[in-house]
Write a protein that binds this ligand. Structure first.
Ligand code: HT7
Ligand code: ZN
Length: 885
């Protein structure tokens, strides 16, 4: 596939002012009539009207009612010569939604019609200048059979509806706001809605709807509450109000990603809408809340102000992830009350850092590494990445840190005042941030947008007892990434504190300052190396650096075990306290992986026990601090990466912590009971999370009472968090009861697609705790034939195959290469159905060059097999080509 480059961006010679779409919906032969008023773009060079169309049967195309004077086609691109400044182009196309297994464009799910247009799905519906810099006003008429599709939805306001002959009906929708084609949506299906009316901050009454299949109406309340909370939060935090009279969320079971922010008609994967205590865990509830918020927030950051081109994707995604992270933190803090607010926020931050380290750091070190604003791509769908989203959000967070809350808000206000209704760039965003803050110099900061790779910050300290000073030296470097051998220094905000021997933070005074200030100070590292001299200290301090994870970097700091244990016990910043525990655990587990005979150090067990038993600490925080670092992150820290040795070490460490701390875990189980009816509340969720973690350690250790407790909790559970937590503990053990529990769980939820996803994932992620046990691959293969499994449903693929490939490296990378061969087989099968999903699965092996030579040899063969396979999509070809390249 050709490479598309950011530098090649040119505005189109013709754009579109208004579009009238008419859909005659039919499962196998939908006819789309598209009348678009094309207008010459005064800011562009002379040229033809350019439209894109893909997989369309074109029935007719006219310009001002006539056959076009000249029409040229090359691949998906159609060029039409036209005179004058305005031209009415009418295109009729026929499409086959039933045959569309890509879930991009117009497709069927359970008998209903749904669309997904971001990034380039609209061109699979009709010929159009399908680029985000073309913003047009849409009017849409839908016609369908009333019996199978009683509900007809599109963007904006319903302006007309009525009956048609032959059992058909129609609805006409008008969206008052100009929008790019990627935000177009339609739904025609048999659905019901939970409705609520609310008043916006300016006093307008708006209708909110959550549309689902009839049997799911009892699972929409949380999504609706989340929507109302999101609306309020955006009003209060950014002064941003809903601009439509109606806002709809629709749930669909077949969806490639999490959700989509189509104007006024958000379409969601069912996974991020449906929740009730019997079927959704606390984590599911949290995810629903944050995805509903994320999509809602896009209404301003993405829809009202959109991207000029897809290279600017982080403009809307990084900013919107930052906004949803802040929202979730505020919601948690509010629920926790004044005393628990700080810890609740930190727990959310830790969650976000875990995701960044597990998903983005490896991406930034692999063959697909790219800046948050990429310079080139072959397939844009491959660039909805952890880098664009999560690192993008970190970059916005650093701006927030540098400018302060008020400065950031002023920048946002200016952004909307300048750019509302426009398609803009990341430079435009950073420029307004600077302008709104007295010209704050962000030139060097812009390097975060252009440089890939995770920067390293090496820190060292020197204590001078003679003058009570502590000199901190910070040095930064960023490793080379594909196409970027040399890197320049970045602006890195490093939040610093110095902890005294009593465990308390020291007031900080830098050399030259008249008096000491706050205990945590944000230093700006802008050079390759800088020194900061703190004075007026009574004793040698222990540095606590990068508090709150103030920048998306790897901090390299030499700390011995005793110092890590000290920070585990005393660091006043919960993120750093958690990080100290993670660093200590990482050190222990990597040593055990390097030497199968290395013991688990007593000092580590003691430090772990101290956290476990510290009743003053928030249970949610303890659940974070007592969970070992993720396997993906640990593999990233290992050179060469040896997933089998790592797994053996993790099995041994988990068991040892289960055995040696058994009494503590059992006591914790008693202490963490949550009485009363289930409610989604962070305090209860923290207790449940900690109890579930205790069960996992006990079950892994094969502790008889622990297993009995897991079994009892599984049977008596009144909510999914407890039921699933207990089942997960049983499955991660050698206990024979686990098969019966899996069966009982299946029997109870056999008709519940979302719960069955959990059941698939649990089995695909299972470790082998017993050398005699069968490989997990045997189970995964068998589950492919389960009647509930389907390669056509992304949720099922992610649950079974995604979990096995991505979350179970100790099994996937079996020395005999069976996992790798299975990967190739499945990627090839998926490629034929759904290239986007296939490419996501393909990425599971992109970091293969970091592995041991034997594993590399095994993986290379399979990468080459996939690359040589027939009919390879550009999506998979880009991933595998770059991996081998
Ligand atoms: N903006 C949405 C992206 C999205 C998407 C992209 C490619 C293919 C399918 C997709 N479904 C949704 C999601 C979001 O970030 O809010
Ligand atoms: Zn988004």
């Amino acid at each position: 596939a050709p490479t598309i480059r950011r530098a090649d961006y040119r505005p189109l010679s013709w754009t579109v002012e208004t579009v009238e779409l008419h859909f005659s919906l039919d499962p196998e032969a939908t006819v789309v009539t598209n009348r678009m008023l094309c207008v010459r773009n005064p800011d562009a060079d002379e040229g033809p009207i350019r439209l894109w169309g893909e997989d369309l049967e074109r029935l007719s195309l006219t310009v001002d009612g006539q056959a076009p004077q000249a029409l040229r086609e090359s691949g998906a691109l159609i060029e039409i010569d036209a005179d004058g400044d305005r031209a009415m182009v009418e295109v009729r196309t026929r499409i086959d939604p039933k045959a569309n297994t890509t879930l991009s464009g117009l497709y069927l799910s359970n008998g209903g019609f749904f669309t997904q247009c971001e990034a380039e799905g609209f061109r699979r519906i009709t010929c159009f200048p399908d680029r985000p810099d073309v913003m047009a006003r849409f009017t849409v008429t839908l016609e369908a059979e009333r019996a199978s599709c009683p509900v007809l939805l599109s963007n904006g306001n319903l302006i007309e509806q009525g009956e048609l002959p032959d059992g058909r009906h129609y609805a006409r929708w008008e969206d008052p706001f100009p929008k790019p084609s990627y935000l177009f949506a339609l739904v025609a299906a048999d659905l019901v809605a939970l409705e609520r009316t609310v008043r916006t901050m300016s006093g307008r009454e708006v209708l909110l709807q959550v549309w689902v299949e009839a049997g799911n109406l009892d699972r929409c309340g949380h999504a609706m509450d989340s929507l109302v909370h999101s609306m309020r939060w955006d009003e209060e935090t950014f002064g941003l109000e809903l601009d439509l009279d109606r806002f709809m969320i629709v749930a669909v079971a077949d969806f490639n990603m999490g959700a989509m922010e189509n104007k006024g008609l958000n379409i969601f994967n069912t996974k991020f809408v449906l929740a009730k205590p019997d079927t959704a865990t606390d984590v599911d509830y949290e995810n629903v809340e944050s995805v509903v918020a994320h999509e809602y927030f896009h209404n301003w950051t993405g829809n009202r102000v959109t991207c000029r081109d897809w290279f600017q994707l982080t403009l809307k995604e990084g900013l919107t992830v930052f906004r949803d992270q802040q929202f979730s933190a505020d919601m948690l803090a509010r629920a926790a009350g004044p005393e628990g607010a700080a810890s609740a926020r930190a727990v959310k931050r830790i969650d976000d850092v875990r995701v960044l380290r597990a998903a983005q750091f490896p991406e930034d070190a692999g063959p697909m590494a790219h800046p948050i604003r990429p310079d080139s791509y072959q397939e844009i769908n491959n660039f909805y990445t952890a880098t664009v989203y999560e690192k993008g959000a970190e970059v916005i967070r650093m701006l927030h840190t540098l400018l302060g809350q008020e400065g950031f808000r002023n920048g946002m206000d200016l952004y909307f005042s300048y750019h509302d209704g426009q398609a803009v760039t990341c430079d435009d965003f950073v420029e307004v941030m600077s302008e709104a803050n007295n010209g704050f110099d962000l030139d060097q900061f812009m390097r975060w947008y252009s440089q890939a790779g995770t920067p390293r910050v090496k820190a060292s300290g020197e204590w001078s007892a003679a003058d009570g000073s502590y000199t901190l030296t910070l040095a930064q470097s960023t490793p080379a990434t594909p196409g970027q051998p040399d890197k320049l220094p970045l602006v890195i905000p490093v939040a610093v504190a110095l902890i005294g021997p009593d465990g308390r933070d020291c007031p900080l005074r830098l050399e030259g300052e008249a008096q000491a200030g706050a205990a945590t100070r944000v230093l700006q590292l802008t050079e390759a190396e800088q020194r900061f001299r703190f004075v007026g200290l009574a004793a040698a301090p222990v540095p606590s650096l990068l508090r709150g994870f103030s920048a998306p970097v790897v901090l390299e700091l030499d700390e011995d075990d005793a110092r890590l244990a000290f920070r585990m016990a005393h660091d006043a910043d919960p993120c750093n306290r958690w990080d100290a525990a993670q660093r200590y655990a990482e050190r222990v587990v990597l040593a055990m992986a390097a030497d199968a005979a290395a013991p688990v150090p007593d000092a580590f067990v003691a430090a772990f026990r101290a956290l476990l038993g510290d009743g003053a600490l928030d249970p949610a925080f303890r659940a974070q601090a007592l969970a070992l670092p993720g396997e993906a992150y640990l593999l990233e820290r290992m050179a060469p990466a040896d997933p089998l040795a790592l797994r053996a070490a993790l099995v041994r460490l988990t068991r040892t912590l289960g055995e040696r701390l058994a009494a503590d875990w059992l006591a914790l189980l008693d202490a963490m009971q949550v009485p009363g009816e289930y409610r989604y509340h962070p305090a209860d969720a923290g207790r449940r999370a900690l109890a579930n973690l205790a069960l996992r350690y006990l079950a892994a250790a094969g502790h008889a009472e622990g297993l009995a407790r897991a079994q009892a909790r599984f049977e008596a559970a009144t909510n999914m968090t407890e039921r699933f937590g207990a089942l997960a503990a049983l499955v991660q053990s050698t206990d024979p009861a686990r098969e019966a529990a899996l069966e009982a769980f299946h029997a109870r939820y056999r008709d519940d697609a979302l719960v069955l996803d959990k059941w698939f994932a649990l089995q695909a992620g299972a470790w082998r705790w017993d050398d005699a046990a069968a490989p997990t691959l045997d189970r995964v293969r068998a589950l492919l034939s389960d009647p509930a499994f389907s390669l056509s449903n992304p949720n099922k693929v992610y649950a079974l195959l995604g979990t096995y490939f991505r979350a179970n490296p100790g099994e996937f990378h079996a020395a005999d290469g069976s996992g790798h061969a299975f990967w190739a087989e499945q990627v090839i099968a998926l490629n034929a159905k759904n290239p986007q999903v296939a490419a996501r699965m393909a990425r599971a092996l992109e970091s293969w060059r970091r592995f041991t030579p034997a594993l590399q040899a095994s993986i290379r063969v399979q990468l080459e097999r996939v690359l040589a396979s027939e009919g390879l999509s550009p999506d998979v070809a880009e991933v595998v080509g770059k991996a081998l390249g």
